[in-house]
Ligand binder design. Structure first.
Ligand SMILES: Nc1ncnc2c1ncn2[C@@H]1O[C@H](COP(=O)(O)OP(=O)(O)OP(=O)(O)O)[C@@H](O)[C@H]1O
Length: 267
């Protein structure tokens, strides 16, 4: 039986999403629709509200007003672990504690991350070893097999970010929420992460906050541009980067420059 894709609701949707901090409106009535299978970027100049929207979607912050829907169902009151159980998973930076574990151990911990209420961190090696095979598979998926036994703290920065993707994939997400996956990377690492996101996004939906417009132009099907907490424009890279309002908001940066962004992106 064929399914009419246009009839299905967006995978992730916000309606009038609003967040105020002591009277200051950081996110102002945002209506966002993320379609199934898309890599969708949230971009905007500094202070536009990207991180706040991301934190609202991932349940790190409660909204002041508005609704969040997952596959048409309201998830506004749910907690982070509850939405993770539904398949909506945020990537996590490897914390200081986890930095002193090997790459394999990190993925193994992720594989038994708390999706329910009981979570026993200190499990015996015997209990954990069946997870090794799956953990290694995930490391292979992100190109880190050779780092399996390396302490995370000793891994190069770009590889650490790839490890974060592996720990996210461990939860078998339907929708991956990525917070600036290429932040602070050199060109070589950026290229590797772009290829990696492309690969792991197959059969999934990705929403990412990203500053690097070249990354956005190479990866994303749809882009939402935020400015001063509100949606300024939405569309594919070509249309948003040519939008005069976006160019004005980005004045002095890649999009705002006179040079065509597509030329810049491929440079
Ligand atoms: N906890 C908070 N309390 C008060 N104001 C906040 C808080 N978090 C964010 N803001 C303000 O809300 C606005 C949006 O911030 P946000 O970090 O979401 O923007 P952003 O688009 O992610 O910016 P950047 O690209 O610089 O990270 C900013 O003016 C910021 O100062």
């Amino acid at each position: 039986m064929s399914v009419d894709a246009s009839a299905s609701p967006p995978v992730l949707e916000t309606r009038n999403l609003t967040k105020t901090f002591r009277g200051f409106t950081a996110v102002d009535g945002v209506d966002l629709q993320v379609q199934e299978g898309h890599i969708h970027a949230l971009i905007g100049p500094n202070g536009a509200g990207k991180t706040t929207v991301f934190n609202l979607l991932t349940k790190f912050l409660p909204p002041t007003r508005g609704e969040i829907l997952y596959r048409g169902k309201p998830i506004t009151p749910l907690k982070a672990n509850q939405i993770a159980r539904l398949g909506l998973v945020r990537s996590f930076q490897i914390s200081a504690v986890f930095a002193h574990m090997s790459a394999l151990e990190n993925v193994r911990v992720a594989l038994q991350r708390p999706l329910g209420t009981s979570f026993h961190f200190w499990k015996s090696e015997r209990t954990l070893s069946p997870l090794n095979a799956r953990a290694l598979e995930l490391l292979e998926e992100v190109g880190l097999a050779e780092y399996a036994d390396t302490l995370t703290v000793e891994m190069p920065y770009g590889r650490k970010r790839a490890l974060e993707l592996a720990t996210t994939l461990a939860l078998d997400p339907d929708v991956m929420l990525l917070d600036e996956p290429t932040q602070g990377m050199g060109a070589e690492d950026v290229d590797r992460i772009v290829a990696l996101i492309k690969r792991v996004a197959k059969g999934r939906t990705v929403l990412m906050v990203e500053h690097n417009l070249s990354v956005v132009s190479r990866l994303c099907d749809r882009i939402t541009v935020l400015a001063r907490g509100a949606v300024l424009a939405e569309g594919d890279y070509k249309s948003v980067s040519q939008d005069p309002r976006v160019r004005e908001a980005y004045m002095g940066s890649e999009i705002g420059d006179d040079e065509a962004p597509s030329e810049r992106a491929s440079a």
